[in-house]
Design a binder for this molecule. Structure first.
Ligand SMILES: Cc1ncc(COP(=O)(O)O)c(C=O)c1O
Length: 368
């Protein structure tokens, strides 16, 4: 089943992930003792864990000072902690119209407002961000500029620079949520590389290795922010979970993480090739990553297609999951990663292609 709720990397091509996991855990257990693994640890990760994080982030942030890096138990927790660190209840965070639902959920639950800043084909428009900043309401800007979830859009370099300049002029920090950079074929440098002082950078291992590792790296530009962030994280979680984070550290240091990433890239490319063949006439958007963003013909509403897909044992995410009420385009996101067997992906994509090729059944609500 293509489950829109399960935004998972595909299983790595050419690797026995089960075996890699068992061997990795055995090595972690051999090298550490129970006291070490089953005790409390300092929030933000040990020096060894931070050094592994800096090594992993080297393609994105080659000049990173490991002292600026903190380890957190996933990007979702890091985003919630950053919202608390950077803003007060009732204040506003700027974001693009298409927004990772977890960010909207965290902001809403924490009593912050999301102000949508309009965009064009390159992403958020700098003039509109400037207008929002001038009106004085914005405490931070949230961006997911590389292989954006859900559209797969990657913001070009010039737009990154222009947005950074606006943010710097108004002293508004940018939260750069960057789970997919290592899956992009040719992405521009992260905002955090272009202007480190302006960016709070979050890079989770969930999408390029595995969500079960519950490990994200957070790079914050000032000691003040790092201390505030740690105080906030400690309020809802005392530390990163030692077992999965030890495994992530071990895999980064022994090269398994790189192999796993390669396997995920290969499987993603194979699945994209399948989608190119099967959905040739309908597919648009990004050329890499494991999400497809499909604008729909007018005779299908996103909700009707999602429902029809569901009734055939497959599923897609209607665009309204990612947009403010009433503003979503008529489109769906297809996740190519959550089905385990590649052959099943082909079957699910063929079902989707057949649905797209015909008009909705008259009884399907929402179709015209
Ligand atoms: C853009 C984005 N940010 C953050 C997350 C959450 O990542 P984590 O599993 O590390 O909490 C996701 C997961 O779907 C995501 O797509």
């Amino acid at each position: 089943m293509l489950d829109p709720g399960l935004n998972l990397p595909p299983p790595p091509a050419g690797l026995d992930f089960d075996d890699m996991l068992k061997r990795g855990m055995a090595q972690v257990l051999q090298r550490s003792d129970a006291d070490q693994l089953m005790s409390y640890h300092i929030a933000g990760g040990s020096a060894v864990e931070r050094a592994a994080g800096a090594l992993w982030l080297r393609p994105m942030l080659p000049r990173l000072d490991p002292g600026h890096l903190l380890v957190c138990h996933g990007a979702q927790a890091a985003l919630a902690a950053l919202i608390l660190t950077l803003s007060e209840p009732g204040e506003a965070l700027a974001a693009e119209a298409a927004l990772y639902p977890g960010m909207r959920r965290a902001a809403t639950e924490l009593g912050r407002r999301i102000v949508t800043v309009g965009g064009d084909a390159d992403g958020m428009r700098p003039d509109l961000l400037e207008q929002a900043c001038r009106e004085g309401a914005v405490r931070a800007v949230y961006l997911n500029p590389t292989l954006q979830n859900p559209t797969g859009h990657t913001m070009p370099l010039a737009r990154r620079r222009a947005l950074l300049q606006v943010a710097a002029r108004y002293a508004v920090p940018i939260i750069e949520d960057d789970p997919y950079w290592l899956l992009a074929a040719d992405a521009p440098p992260p905002l955090a590389q272009l202007m480190p002082a302006q960016v709070c950078y979050v890079s989770t291992l969930s999408k390029c290795l595995s969500p079960g590792l519950r490990t994200a790296y957070v790079v914050l530009p000032t000691r003040f922010l790092r201390e505030r962030f740690l105080t906030t994280v400690r309020a809802f979680s005392l530390m990163v979970p030692p077992l999965p984070t030890s495994l992530a550290t071990h895999w980064i240091n022994d090269g398994c993480a790189q192999q796993l990433l390669e396997g995920i890239r290969q499987e993603t490319a194979a699945r994209r090739a399948l989608a190119d063949t099967i959905l040739a006439r309908t597919r648009t958007g990004a050329q890499d990553g494991y999400h497809l963003w499909l604008p729909l013909p007018s005779y299908w509403s996103a909700q009707a297609l999602a429902q029809a897909a569901q009734s055939q044992g497959t599923s897609v995410a209607a665009a309204d999951r990612f947009y403010d009420a009433g503003t979503a385009p008529n489109a769906v996101r297809v996740s190519l990663g959550s089905i385990r067997a590649r052959a099943q992906v082909a079957i699910a994509l063929k079902k989707l292609a057949l649905l797209l090729a015909r008009r909705p059944a008259p009884s399907t609500p929402g179709g015209d």
